[in-house]
Design a protein around this ligand. Structure first.
Ligand code: C5P
Length: 235
């Protein structure tokens, strides 16, 4: 099933027990998982080794943001772990992103390093006030995506609503990893700018990060299968 190569389930948990429960329940249906700060720190990194031991692929969502040297050492760690995807903030700057591109090539790494453009928790107003700018949120996101593309990194985290525009600007091979996906049958939770899995894929989302519609479903495996079938139908 091609759809299995497009869905990343978010492990927004604090303990290995919760992770093991879900991963066991989902079985072969889900191959890709996202481990963020919460689960990575609470398990002392064990979550990554556990998923790898089951041949699952990991999106290590730690959003590195620091000076050049420190960011590179963090990226080197992620690449050595052999995670499938990891990320840094594009606001680290071109120099940092370009140096990481080079380092990953030198390491012969297969990991995809993608950038966070503007955190989705930022509204346009908040962003403008914080950065003392009149630039629109969309222009800021697209500029960050463009810089990421020019640096040679592999793609960005973006809303599925932005995916088509990102691909237009950065090329069809530029990877788009999109949270904020909600099937028509599930609740939107705190996600504001949402798309259904089918719409997201049609709009250029390569990978869909889906948490609560699967993790909080009465039957997570059934929910995952339903989502996979919805995506399969538009591939
Ligand atoms: O439960 P839900 O499907 O909303 O989970 C989406 C996941 O993607 C969460 O782990 C959330 O932190 C993450 N995420 C997001 N928006 C971003 C980046 C990451 O929702 N811009």
């Amino acid at each position: 099933m091609k759809a299995r190569k497009r869905v990343i389930t978010a492990l927004d948990y604090k303990s290995m027990d919760e992770v093991k429960n879900l991963v066991t329940l989902l079985g072969d249906e889900i191959e890709y998982y996202k481990a963020g700060l919460e689960i990575f720190l609470n398990t002392g990194g064990e979550v990554v080794d556990y998923l790898h031991s089951l041949n699952k692929k990991v999106f290590l969502d730690l959003k590195f943001h620091d000076i050049n040297n420190t960011t590179k050492m963090a990226c080197e760690f992620a690449a050595r772990k052999g995670v499938f995807i990891f990320n840094i903030h594009a606001s680290c700057g071109m120099e940092t992103m370009s140096e990481n591109t080079k380092m990953l090539k030198d390491m012969n790494s297969k990991s995809l390093c993608i950038a966070v453009t503007v955190l989705t928790s930022m509204t346009e107003k908040k962003m403008q006030e914080t950065f003392m700018t009149n630039v629109s949120l969309n222009d800021m996101v697209m500029n960050m995506a463009e810089l990421t593309g020019k640096s040679g990194l592999h793609g960005v985290v973006c809303s599925a609503l932005e995916a088509a525009q990102v691909k237009e600007k950065c090329g069809s091979d530029f990877v788009t990893v999109c949270p904020g996906v909600r099937p028509a049958w599930s609740v939107s939770d705190d996600q504001k700018r949402i798309m259904t899995p089918a719409e997201a894929v049609k709009n250029g989302a390569d990978y869909l990060v889906i948490g609560r519609p699967i993790t909080k479903a009465d039957d997570p495996r059934k929910a995952a299968v339903r989502i996979l079938e919805e995506i399969e139908a538009v591939l």
